[in-house]
Design a binder for this molecule. Structure first.
Ligand code: NAD
Length: 957
């Protein structure tokens, strides 16, 4: 079906490709769709629900039907054949509705870039090119983005000509084909340093503050031609002062029987195949239209050698130029007629046309016309997706029979066909105007030198059409509204029959407009069918919401370089090398690798942990505590901020002192805990749990930025700036004193919960007397650079046993210190943890305070933290085990009293123990409960959650 000549393809080069196992050829410049049509392939997909054959309907991203699977060189599911550029070795298969994701990761790179500009123009048709041209060459930064491989938009698919008015482009007053004007204008724009023309770049989302996201397919996207150092796809995150949306218009179909048959095509698209790709999509065509633009398609196809069987014209007469053109070519025009059915076995072979009688239920006087191509034009829909996403409002224009943009709170305007301007001269002028306005607004000054846009010398006729949607019939079962979802007029009527009225509800009920094309050609048609069923007007019902992305985006593009370890980075402390060299096994805590325990020759975890625990309780042990979150909080209102976020009072803390604190969510549930160190009147260092460090910083920023913007405070993460070593055990004072001869270490000179700045092992350090084990302990902080030297100096004393997170857990659990996220789960208050003392009664307010006045937080049967001692002292309860009251299980559902949150073997207690959240637990000390474990009820005794050193005698050594 390839024409002898014409088309913007490189006929000198042949590309081989495979579709459904058969080999074909095409040329650079082809899409997969144009190459398939050139080879006479009509059916390219099978519909998802009904299994009907489907062909190629459009020539662009609006394609509702020809969705294919790409197999090679890299598998990509569900691409419209109309947007896949042909390349050597392409292998594609037709799709039965759904695609398949690749099973292997794509070896190619995917990137993201940020860009800023004064004027962003989306769409490089006549309007967009004129807009970019008007804004360019003025010093303003201009970006012009178009989804197609070649700028020019609809000009590439027509035979329209243009009179250029700018001598620097092609000489004054020269009449040139529109496509040539587009190429010359693009070359001019490409040559300007402040202008960036992005080809193959689809703008997919429009967000607040003129933040626009686009996806660029580099070179020919999947093609092997992509150089290895070029990413396959690139996400552009663009911030533009002004945006011009020159995104054109999508032609829409008409609902009639069999309108999904391969061979039924949008008129403007058939025209594009003939002109842009040099392909005749059929030999004998019928045209079905209610507007003038389809005549241009009929004439272009006729002039290219196709036979036009008839133009089935809904109106009583077309525009004069159209009538004359038809007469000239001897084309019969059946006015007042409609197509009642497209017929054929697997593809179109004939068309039934009949007279439209408004009073009749169906068209009458049917006539059968042999045809392998049916061109349909139900009218044009401005591509208002991005305008709507930007927050713009749309209205239905009765005269145009479509929706048009109205106004937007963002710095954006639509131009050309996207605004409902449907003539070429109009689009050129409108684009230039929009470009000037955007430029002046972006620069903030008037611009004297103005670009004079060219005029069209021949153009597609646009006498206002009739909005025509539906061919009346008695059976609507094959009148397709959304072919990709197999939604018919009958389905829409079923929805309205079920009482649905809103187009949004009907969209969900029928799934019309929810497919891969997001209803680009079917959305407004659905509304019109609903309006027809309800006796309402299209304008009253409006369109459904347009949401990002405008076109499907690959997961790989969204992920970009954030894959593997770049997606989930591994964080290691400054001491990591030492831990590895000394045989530590590691535990993942968030992204951190933390030493879990350090087994010696022949030791299993249990033996190693018992040994490490004993060292901490009886001698000296040290742990790498660098992963604790650290946030520097500074400013005149720093104390005030902390008072509002922590449940207890922080402003009363003396400089030099440290206080433990808990943060709650507004619902009163524990969010995080840690210590607050006061470095100066206006300066604190806050520590958080390892896993919550980012969340706590986020939390502080959120409150500061949204609720308390007047507080003068800065919060900065300093987690990675410090290496922290916990030196623990009754012998820790002596070891520290040896390493820090200048430090007065006695309990009186250096009391619990205070800090000192001093040299330790010759390194500047901040030493805090904090204990997470109950033992005498110090947390020594040095800069990360010095971390390894400090640790090595401590280990070189030969007195200190290194310990990991497992031992830390046992030591803290023996003391009843909860771990946020292990012993809490977002439903636990500080009071439930036995920490009523940490909740201030005096402070006027803090986050969570109001919730402690709610009846629910005062319930006596709330789950509270308790200790559990299995009656068999060697039995280790599994964490997560449930607790029940009786020695026998009742019939299910078994009422549970709570569950085990932490469970360990204790060297200090010489037995196993556990922590648990138990309903009314604080009043159950001494009670016997049972844990069903492996079919056996294990008896346990409830105790205080503090099992070791309850009087706190050990913390001063
Ligand atoms: P256009 O259709 O020529 O160009 C729009 C361009 O924007 C296209 O290349 C399209 O691929 C691109 N685009 C759309 N959405 C995009 C996105 N999200 N990201 C990137 N690119 C995107 O539009 P225009 O410049 O307004 O010119 C319209 C032309 O079509 C005029 O010549 C007009 O006469 C003609 N037209 C005629 C009729 C008629 O009834 N005769 C109707 C509609 C349009």
């Amino acid at each position: 079906m390839r024409r002898e000549n014409g088309g913007r393809i490189d006929r000198g080069t042949t590309l081989r490709f495979t579709f459904d196992g058969s080999e074909y050829t095409g040329h650079p410049g082809d899409t997969l769709a144009s190459a398939l049509l050139a080879n006479g392939v009509r059916q390219v997909a099978t519909s998802v629900k009904l299994g009907r054959p489907r062909g190629i309907v459009s020539a662009g991203g609006e394609e509702p039907s020809a969705v294919v699977q790409i197999e090679a060189p890299f598998p990509e599911p569900m691409l419209p054949a109309t947007t896949v550029e042909l390349y050597e070795g392409l292998v594609a298969t037709s799709l039965p509705g759904q695609g398949r994701l690749a099973t292997e990761p794509d070896p190619a790179r995917y990137d993201a870039v940020h860009a800023h500009c004064d004027v962003l123009v989306v769409g490089a048709g006549p309007a967009g090119l004129a807009a970019a041209r008007a804004a360019a060459g003025t010093g303003a930064r201009v970006i012009l983005a178009d989804e197609r491989s070649e700028p020019g938009g609809s000009l590439l698919g027509t035979r329209e000509t243009i009179t250029e008015s700018e001598p620097d482009v092609l000489g004054p007053q020269e009449v040139i084909p529109g496509a040539e004007w587009a190429a010359a204008t693009t070359a001019l724009l490409d040559g300007l340093p402040e202008v960036r023309v992005l080809r193959r770049t689809t703008v997919i989302g429009y967000y607040d503050d003129n933040y626009v996201v686009a996806v660029e397919r580099r070179t020919n996207h999947l093609g092997a031609a992509a150089p290895a150092d070029v990413a396959r796809e690139r996400v552009w995150r663009i911030r533009a002062k002004r945006v011009v949306l020159a995104t054109g218009a999508h032609e829409r179909s008409i609902a009639f029987a069999g309108n999904d048959l391969p061979g039924v095509m949008l008129a403007g698209s058939a025209r594009a195949y003939a002109n842009r790709y040099g392909v005749l999509p059929g030999e004998r065509a019928v045209v079905f239209t209610a507007n003038d633009s389809a005549y241009a398609a009929a004439f272009d196809l006729a002039d290219a050698g196709a036979q036009i069987a008839a133009i089935v014209e809904v109106r009583s007469a077309p525009g004069a130029a159209c009538a004359a053109g038809a007469r000239e070519r001897g084309i019969e025009v059946l006015t007042g007629h409609v197509v009642t059915a497209a017929q054929g076995d697997g593809q179109l072979s004939s068309v039934l046309a009949g007279r439209l009688r408004p009073e009749a239920e169906a068209a009458v006087g049917e006539r059968e016309l042999a045809a392998d191509l049916l061109l349909v034009s139900g009218g044009w829909n401005p591509v208002a997706h991005l305008f709507s996403q930007a927050g713009g409002t749309l209205r239905y224009d009765e005269a145009l029979g479509t929706i048009v943009p109205v106004a937007c709170r963002q710095a954006v305007e639509a131009a050309g066909a996207a605004k409902g301007v449907f003539t070429l001269t109009g689009c050129l002028a409108d684009g230039a105007e929009a470009g000037h306005r955007a430029l002046e607004a972006a620069l903030g000054t008037a611009v004297s030198e103005r670009y004079t846009p060219p005029r069209a010398t021949t153009e597609t006729p646009t006498a206002p059409g009739t909005a025509f949607w539906l061919v009346p019939a008695t059976d609507y079962g094959a009148h397709f509204v959304d072919p990709q979802r197999d939604v018919t007029v009958a389905d829409v009527l079923r929805a309205t029959g079920a009482g649905l009225r809103s187009v949004e509800h009907i969209k969900r009920y029928t799934t019309a407009g929810t497919a891969h094309d997001q209803g680009k050609t079917s959305g407004l048609l659905t509304t019109a069918i609903v309006a027809h069923a309800l006796g309402a007007s299209v304008g009253e019902l409006g369109s459904t919401t347009f949401r990002a992305p405008y076109a499907p985006v690959s997961f790989a593009a969204l992920a970009g370089r954030d894959r593997g370890s770049l997606h989930d980075p591994v964080r290691v402390t400054a001491l990591h090398e030492w831990h590895v060299a000394n045989g530590a096994l590691f535990e993942n805590v968030g992204q951190w690798k933390r030493p879990w325990y350090y087994p010696r020759e022949g030791e299993d975890m249990e033996a190693a942990v018992l040994r490490e625990c004993a060292a901490a309780r009886e001698g000296v042990a040290a742990m790498d505590a660098s992963t604790l979150g650290k946030i520097d909080v500074i400013g005149p209102d720093a104390a005030e901020l902390l008072d509002r976020l922590y449940t207890n009072l922080m402003s009363s803390l003396a400089v030099g002192a440290i206080r433990y604190g808990v943060m709650c969510r507004p619902d009163g549930m524990v969010f995080d805990d840690g210590t607050v160190i006061r470095l100066a009147e206006d300066h604190f260092l806050v520590t958080t749990t390892t896993g919550n460090a980012a969340a706590v910083l986020d939390w502080m920023e959120e409150w500061l930025q949204t609720e308390w913007p007047t507080l003068r405070v800065h919060c900065t993460s300093v987690t990675e700036q410090w290496a922290t070593v916990a030196l623990v055990g009754p012998g820790s004072r002596e070891v520290l004193s040896g390493l820090a001869p200048d430090l007065a270490v006695s309990a009186a000179d250096f009391p619990f919960m205070s800090w000192r700045e001093v040299e330790v092992a010759g390194l500047p350090a901040r030493v805090c007397r904090i204990s997470f084990s109950g033992e005498l302990a110090y947390e020594i902080n040095v800069t990360s650079w010095d971390g390894l030297r400090l640790w090595t100096a401590i280990m070189d004393t030969g007195l200190v046993t290194p310990y990991g997170t497992e031992t830390m857990h046992v030591l803290r659990a023996e003391k009843g210190y909860p771990i946020v996220g292990q012993d809490t789960d977002g439903t636990v208050t500080p009071q439930d943890l036995g920490m009523a003392w940490v909740v201030s009664k005096k402070k006027p307010d803090f986050v969570g305070k109001r919730s402690f006045a709610r009846a629910d937080t005062a319930r006596a049967d709330r789950k509270q933290l308790v200790g559990l001692l299995p009656e068999d002292p060697g039995f280790l309860l599994p964490e997560g085990a449930h607790l029940v009251a009786g020695a026998e299980l009742p019939e299910p559902p078994v009422p549970t009293l709570g569950h085990v949150t932490s469970s360990y073997r204790s060297a200090a207690l010489g037995r196993t123990f556990a922590l648990a959240l138990v309903s009314g637990g604080q009043g159950r000390a001494g009670e016997r409960l049972y844990a069903p474990v492996g079919g056996v009820l294990v008896p346990v005794t409830v105790t205080s959650h503090v099992l070791y050193d309850p009087e706190g005698a050990r913390r001063d050594g």
